[in-house]
Design a protein around this ligand. Structure first.
Ligand code: GZL
Length: 330
């Protein structure tokens, strides 16, 4: 209702010859009096270094000094908690709802409620699978399929450079949260790429829930089940850190006896690449706060925004980690 009132007021003022909401006017409110834009952010949880950086990016962007009131919710990796948070945001009649959906499906009902309330929904980080694409305004995040493909392309080059072309390589995959778009895309990219080379034998894949503890536990089980593992794909850095601990515990050298390819490229992962424990890391930039703020400012100004907005991502490895570390922002 609030939005309808604001809209008719805006139209009335424009009709009255005075521009409103972003136009030039001598009666424009002073910055201090300007109404804050309320943003409800339904965050996945606090499961990884990447998530911590992502949360910090939102909290440092959506400040009162920048003209926002941020209502932040940590769902502890549970979809039901995110759905509750979205309903709470609707109750509070926020101006925008931002969601980093823990998994891709099961969102139609609550997003329809947001649409009925006239509250735009912006997706950040992970994606949703929706029959009705009008239920969200736009999405910004990493290209997870390409990340998985780039990880295998790096392995192909490594194999070529290190004379391993004629060797069978046994591969295991520590997957992210099953059903999250980050896991779905990375796993698809990895499996499609590995299938192109008969020398790559995928022994097993299992979720480590994007956490270090679970990643270590699953890697311990892989090491018990398979006497020869040559390559680990860890679908985030925290699971890679857990895998490193498990590999060291059986007296093997991570990065040497077992190649480790990880995702996210957080600060600590650069330290591990410099130490030679992680061989390569596919970047997934978490700094979405400023990107979402830019989208909101465009929407406030009545401008159209791109539906799908991929962020730029690179691949790092032991050869460039030391030189790149000082440039890293998370
Ligand atoms: C990727 C993000 C994933 C990270 C993990 O955009 O959703 O979730 O790769 C995080 O570290 O837990």
């Amino acid at each position: 209702m609030k939005k309808l009132l604001a809209l008719s007021l805006a139209l009335a003022t424009v009709a009255g010859g005075v521009t409103f909401a972003g136009g030039k006017s001598d009666s424009a409110p002073k910055a201090s009096e300007k109404k804050l834009i309320t943003v409800g952010y339904a965050q996945v949880g606090a499961e990884s270094d990447w998530r911590t950086a992502n949360t910090e990016s939102f909290k440092s962007t959506f400040t009162e000094a920048n003209g926002y009131k941020l209502i932040f919710d940590d769902a502890q990796q549970k979809q039901e908690n995110q759905i509750k948070a979205i309903r709470n945001f609707i109750q509070q009649d926020v101006d925008y709802i931002v969601v980093a959906p823990v998994v891709e499906t099961g969102w139609e009902t609550v997003l329809s409620e947001a649409k009925a309330a006239g509250i735009p929904v912006i997706l950040s980080d992970r994606q949703m699978k929706l029959a009705d694409e009008s239920l969200y305004t736009c999405w910004v995040g990493g290209n997870f399929l390409k990340e998985g493909q780039d990880a295998v392309l790096w392995l192909n080059t490594y194999v070529e450079k290190n004379g391993l072309k004629d060797k069978d390589l046994n591969v295991v995959i520590l997957q992210g949260t099953i059903g999250s778009s980050a896991q779905v895309g990375r796993t698809q990219g990895e499996l499609e790429g590995l299938a192109k080379n008969p020398r790559y034998k995928v022994l097993a894949k299992q979720t480590g829930e994007f956490t270090q503890a679970k990643g270590q536990e699953v890697m311990e089980s892989f090491l018990k089940a398979y006497p020869k593992i040559d390559v680990v794909f860890a679908e985030n850095d925290n699971m890679a850190f857990g895998a490193i601990d498990a590999i060291k515990a059986v007296g093997k050298k991570p990065g040497k006896d077992i190649i480790i390819i990880s995702f996210d490229a957080v600060h600590e992962a650069f330290n591990r690449m410099i130490a030679g424990e992680i061989n390569a890391d596919v970047e997934c930039n978490p700094l979405h706060g400023p990107r979402v703020a830019e989208i909101i400012q465009k929407l406030e100004a009545g401008q159209a925004v791109e539906k799908i907005q991929y962020v730029k991502e690179d691949v790092f490895d032991t050869a460039n980690a030391k030189e790149m570390l000082p440039t890293r922002k998370y």
